[in-house]
Design a binder for this molecule. Structure first.
Ligand code: ADP
Ligand code: ZN
Ligand code: ZN
Length: 815
């Protein structure tokens, strides 16, 4: 009887694949182990075993596997089940989920290796380039394609390689290379016969001819006496001042023995127990959460900003650690992990692990292994959404902080999952509890709480009974009319900043646009420079004297003349964070301003640098985009200014008002977190707008009621589930026809509203035109059966030859 293994490939393929294995392999392989398999012409991929059986595939001849990569499963059964749920719910392939769930270091690369063919001897016929390669292969037994390119100093080397292949001078070999390497450290110790202290003299006499070697030995004994830890070669060399050559000589003489140990890359110091006690309100809330967990898997903690939610989480986490259960703590933004890691390690020490995409591959693999082993080093795992994919052993609790944040939803590429929702499903598989926390819950979660699907606990006081900040509205129309504006600052805001700074307090200024100004306009003819590849205007960056596209990165030097009418009169329109920072330099020349937005936070540690500088009060005023709204903690901030509330209100999106409310309340919450009451100043042209009024009265309920009413009326979540299809193609007409074709098929087959095809607000990105179709599935109608119909329609679409090049992405629960 033949034997087979079922595998998932890291590719967007609709089905798993079957490979042939031997009986021994059949007995060895377990689901969750990685297996290198050939796929396509000559490529080798890292696949994941999901099942074993004896049924040959019907449609193709099963190939043999290349090699087994693991000794034990590195993916658990629950993970596989969860991946299948994600693939089904978010309508993507299981391969997409596999590829995005694993640290890329686990998905090995197939590297093409070139090897020589010994018998080849027609060297005279080779060109210079070909000869160089041939020659390199005589010295090295193999080289990689990349190295060929280095040797020849050329980018295109495939023709040369092909030629060498065709004349049989070289051979190719696909090889899988393990990418993860443990970090190892070299240690040194005395051979057992010398290790007793009384041997010291004997040893020194033996080495009487070498002063340096004697020094090394003396220092070794000294180090050994002062530290209990193993001694590294590096440390010995550093303290004794002898070279590593001297130490090596002692190893060669069999006096020292050198050995290596693998080491964790990420290490936190031991806990120094930052003890604290919960306030009465916090304790009540904690008890209420625990009580809610008795009959709800999910509970929403609605705690105003600075109510001390984090402290409550810490106490809750502790009770799960005591039960020897793992805890996952999800944050919406990598930038927030630093502050939280500091707070959690102060309490839990080395039991905290971190996992997110700015960590290196090796670091991520270590956290993966610790989680899989249920190690003491990964009792609490902090991470952004991808931490959801770790191989938990005994997950007891998931905390989702700032649960309303849209960054929990992955936008691109597939799987387009929502980490909050996927976490709730995962918790279900582990029989774990979920605590959602927010000062401004999402409409969906609050709806679930009011309909008793989730438990609900409110925390309505700031810790230490600090008053919530005073909110002042500034009417921009009036200020401009009465000429009370300097740049984009009203006289009131300038006064408030001046006062705050003179008291030695800090200021946060919020403007939800980056760059100097979002567009440039010709005063003579009205022309606005556009991105040639995208349907957007170019943002002006003054410091770099550049116009830049935020969608594709295209940039040009700022033109001196209008490209249409050659007029030199160009004006900048609107304003972003860069302009505010520049205005501050003029308004407050002797104060330090810093900026936090996507442009200033690209590097691995750049967020941290800005946050630390502000925390240490090296910066007086911090200007930023919505990044500032995400739960950062600064004790000394007294004033928060929102420079223009209006551009948040007028977004063509059913969540615009909800989001504007959340963003303003969250940034406002950064003011007056300690001791004294803070102040928030909101500049707006619409002080009477409902949302602005709701923010200024802290009226979450008012906002919720109004939004739920609108959502119900206009067929949006939570009353309708949305599935959005986005079609893309570089040919406008073809795309238009394709979208119409698909729309017709969908609306004929579905019994729910199908809207579109529509040109989105930004209708072209990177030279690809876009069209969207929106499907609205009402509550109480089967989502799976509707998805089944959608999938069928997509399959028939793919079968239409003329539309084959049109790409479609599916987004379930789009944000
Ligand atoms: P939230 O996350 O709800 O906005 P935090 O958890 O950051 O609020 O708490 C606000 C501030 O109050 C923080 O500086 C925190 O250290 C402090 N704090 C909250 N609860 C306590 C407590 N029980 N003991 C000491 N300090 C606390
Ligand atoms: Zn012009
Ligand atoms: Zn562009």
């Amino acid at each position: 009887m033949p034997y087979f293994v079922e595998v998932i490939l890291p590719l967007a393929l609709p089905k798993p694949f079957t490979y042939a294995i031997t009986q021994t392999e059949f007995n060895y392989i377990q689901p969750g182990m990685r297996i290198a398999v050939p796929f396509g012409r000559s490529k080798i991929y890292t696949a994941l075993a999901t099942g074993l059986h004896q049924n040959p595939p019907e449609l193709y001849e099963a190939k043999e596997i290349h090699q087994i990569l693991d000794e034990k499963p590195i993916v658990t059964e629950i993970q596989l089940k969860h991946w299948h749920w994600i693939a089904g719910y978010y309508m993507c392939s299981i391969g997409d989920v596999y590829r995005s769930a694993m640290p890329s270091g686990y998905i090995l690369e197939s590297e093409t290796i070139i090897t020589p063919v010994k018998e080849y001897n027609e060297i005279a016929t080779l060109t210079d380039d070909e000869y160089l390669i041939y020659d390199a292969l005589r010295k090295q037994s193999s080289i990689k394609i990349q190295e060929v390119s280095d040797i020849l100093n050329k980018k295109t080397v495939l023709p040369i390689i092909n030629k060498l292949l065709s004349v049989n001078a070289i051979a190719l070999q696909e090889e899988i290379k393990e990418k993860y390497r443990p970090k190892t450290t070299q240690y040194i110790k005395l051979q057992p016969e010398y290790s007793a202290p009384e041997k010291l003299n004997e040893l020194l006499e033996k080495l009487s001819r070498s002063q340096k070697q004697r020094d090394a030995i003396l220092h070794y004994f000294q180090l050994q006496a002062t530290t209990k830890k193993p001694i590294t070669t590096k440390k010995l060399a550093a303290t004794s001042g002898v070279s590593s050559g001297v130490i090596k000589a002692l190893v060669d003489k069999n006096i020292f023995e050198s050995y290596t140990l693998a080491e964790d890359r990420i290490q936190f110091s031991e806990s120094n127990t930052a003890a604290f006690t919960l306030s009465t309100k916090q304790l009540e809330a904690l008890n209420a959460v625990e009580k809610n967990f008795n009959n709800h898997q999910v509970t929403l903690l609605h705690g105003i900003t600075s109510s001390g939610k984090t402290e409550l989480y810490i106490k809750l986490i502790e009770s799960y650690i005591n039960k020897v259960e793992q805890v996952l703590y999800l944050l919406p933004e990598i930038a927030l992990t630093t502050q939280l890691v500091v707070r959690l390690t102060a309490y839990f020490g080395n039991q905290v692990a971190v996992f997110h995409s700015k960590y290196t591959n090796n670091e991520r693999i270590e956290t993966w292994q610790h989680t899989l082993q249920g190690s003491n080093k990964a009792k609490v795992i902090i991470g952004a959404r991808s931490a959801l994919f770790l191989p938990f052993q005994k997950l007891g609790l998931i905390i989702i902080d700032e649960e309303h944040e849209q960054t929990f939803k992955q936008y691109d590429p597939a799987p387009r999952y929502h980490a909050r929702d996927a976490a709730i499903v995962l918790a279900g598989y582990h029989k774990a509890k979920v605590l959602l926390g927010s000062a401004t819950p999402s409409i969906e979660s609050y709806y679930n709480a009011t309909h008793n699907k989730y438990g609900y606990v409110a925390l309505t006081e700031r810790y230490g009974n600090v008053m919530p900040p005073e909110i002042v509205l500034v009417d921009l129309k009036d200020k401009y009319k009465r000429k009370r504006m300097t740049g984009h600052f009203s006289d009131e805001l300038i006064t408030a900043i001046t006062e705050t700074l003179s008291e030695g307090k800090q200021v946060i200024l919020f403007q939800n646009r980056r760059g100097f100004s979002p567009w440039v306009e010709c005063i003579t003819c009205g022309h606005v420079p556009q991105c040639p590849q995208c349907d957007v205007s170019l943002t002006y960056y003054k410091y770099k004297n550049q116009l830049r596209c935020h969608y594709c990165g295209h940039n040009i030097a700022k033109p001196t003349h209008c490209h249409e009418c050659h007029s030199p009169d160009l004006s900048t329109k609107g304003f972003g964070t860069e302009q505010i920072e520049a205005e501050l330099k003029t308004l407050f020349p002797d104060k330090n301003a810093a900026r936090m937005d996507q442009d200033t936070t690209r590097g691995k540690y750049s967020y941290e640098k800005i946050i630390t500088a502000f925390k240490n009060q090296e910066v007086d005023i911090l200007v930023g985009t919505q990044m500032l709204a995400k739960g950062l903690h600064f004790d000394n901030v007294h004033l928060v200014g929102i420079l223009n509330a209006d551009n948040m209100l007028y977004q063509p999106d059913f969540r615009a008002f909800e989001r504007a409310y959340q963003m303003m309340v969250q940034v406002a919450g950064r003011a007056g977190r300690k001791d004294i009451r803070g102040k928030v100043m909101i500049q707006t042209y619409n002080p009477l707008h409902n949302v602005i009024q709701q923010v200024s009265n802290s009226d979450y309920n008012g906002m919720y009621k109004e939004q739920v009413y609108e959502r119900h009326n206009f067929k949006y979540p939570p009353f309708y589930k949305l599935v959005r299809l986005t079609l893309k193609h570089k040919d406008y007409e073809k795309l238009k026809n394709a979208a119409m074709w698909l729309y017709n098929v969908l609306s004929q087959n579905l019994e729910v509203p199908v809207l579109g095809p529509e040109e989105p607000r930004i209708s072209k990105i990177r030279n690809q035109y876009l069209r969207t179709i929106m499907i609205k599935v009402p509550q109480g109608t089967s989502l799976p059966s509707n998805k089944g119909i959608i999938s069928k329609a997509l399959q028939s679409f793919e079968a239409v030859a003329q539309y084959r090049a049109v790409r479609i992405s599916v987004n379930v629960d789009p944000y």
